[in-house]
Design a protein around this ligand. Structure first.
Ligand code: PLP
Length: 358
């Protein structure tokens, strides 16, 4: 079976040698040697000045909202993974959706100001499929209205935008290192803050608020990454160039051979060095998508309707109409894309799609 993604497994020997260090240290969590080493290596690899690795990519969203959201209204996107909206509701904030741009698939920044009220505290938006939001305009609006900006950058490992890491934009950016993501630690994530004081707050917040064993800086929760997670990260990180190269090959192949005259692909924002994290295809209608999906499944090929449904239609957050996001969500399919996908598999996928969209 061909699935939408396959986790990259580093050579077991290399993973085992990382595990050996944990056994030697007899130390499993609370910022052990491997976690600290992973943070240092990621800082260098990504060229960022601040990072805290976490147990997953959702807890940093919650921590950022707890510190910056103030239980107010959060301007957000209806087109993202459910974690973006769920974190807002979980932190007792109110999601205020703003529709997306039909080609970039990120929030339509020209519609943000109309959604701001005196209860708005922050903007939490997603760089969808690693494609940057219009950060300049968004951060200009935020400054003018005294709002905080949080980017859900779960898909953005290694993406550079206007000559710096995409993680360096906004007040806070968050990333996911889930097994299905580009770089992974099984489960895991990271948070990046652009201000040292905020970085300090986020750091202690992810460790129960501790200031040493006996005192507390403030309220906190448990968002710590364990040594076992870091071991996987340290084993995967040396392969990032290889992983990107393999994914680029598959993306180029799709672009070359898919009949794109009647299909829409992701439009990458200019000045972006992208990371080939997903291959979304937007069909002319949901019926066309369902037909293609059925034909693919009959050949044991399982793409994923990512992201579906639009987040403004979920039971706990519904009520606002988002025509563009709802339309895109009903017509978008992510094609299989992973290290090791065979050319013959790509050909089968391409042939089925081309035969069913004409
Ligand atoms: C994967 C993902 C998350 C959640 O990350 P986890 O590590 O699974 O908690 C959040 N936002 C987006 C856009 C994601 O794709």
């Amino acid at each position: 079976m061909i699935t939408v993604t396959k986790t990259f497994f580093p050579p077991l020997k290399e993973y085992n040698s990382q595990l050996q260090r944990i056994w030697d240290n007899q130390w499993l969590t609370n910022r052990g040697e491997l976690v600290v080493e992973l943070e240092g290596k990621l800082k260098k690899h990504l060229s960022v000045s601040n990072i805290v690795v976490t147990t997953n990519g959702t807890i940093p969203l919650q921590i950022a909202l707890k510190l910056l959201g103030g239980q107010g209204e959060i301007i957000t996107t209806p087109f993202s993974y459910v974690a973006t909206t769920a974190a807002i509701v979980w932190e007792h904030c109110t999601p205020i959706f703003v529709d997306i741009h039909p080609e970039y698939l990120t929030i339509d920044e020209t519609k943000i100001e109309a959604a701001i009220t005196n209860k708005t505290t922050a903007i939490l938006v997603t760089h969808v499929f690693g494609n940057p939001c219009n950060t300049e305009v968004i951060e200009g609006i935020a400054k003018k209205h005294n709002l905080k900006v949080i980017y859900d950058a779960a898909h953005c490992f290694g993406v550079r935008y206007k000559d710096k890491s995409l993680f360096e934009y906004g007040d806070v950016s968050t990333c996911s290192f889930h097994a299905t993501k580009l770089f992974h630690t099984g489960e895991g994530g990271a948070m990046f803050a652009n201000d040292n004081e905020l970085q300090h707050q986020m750091f202690y917040s992810h460790n129960f608020g501790h200031n040493g064993p006996l005192a507390f800086h403030g309220l906190g929760i448990n968002g710590k990454m364990s040594e076992l997670q870091a071991a996987m990260g340290l084993a995967v990180l040396p392969y990032m160039e290889f992983i990107l190269g393999e994914r680029k090959k598959a993306v180029d192949y799709y672009n070359k051979y898919l009949d794109l005259s009647r299909l829409q692909t992701l439009k990458i924002r200019e000045n972006t060095s992208w990371n080939y994290s997903y291959y979304p295809l937007i069909f002319e209608s949901e019926d066309q998508l369902l037909k293609v999906e059925e034909r693919l499944k009959a050949s044991e090929i399982v793409p994923r309707r990512y992201f579906y449904p639009a987040l403004n239609t979920i039971e706990y957050s519904k009520g606002q109409l988002m025509p563009i996001a709802e339309s895109i969500a009903s017509r978008i399919l992510c094609l299989p894309l992973y290290v090791g996908i065979l050319e013959e598999d790509l050909n089968r996928i391409i042939n089925i799609i081309n035969a069913n969209v004409c």
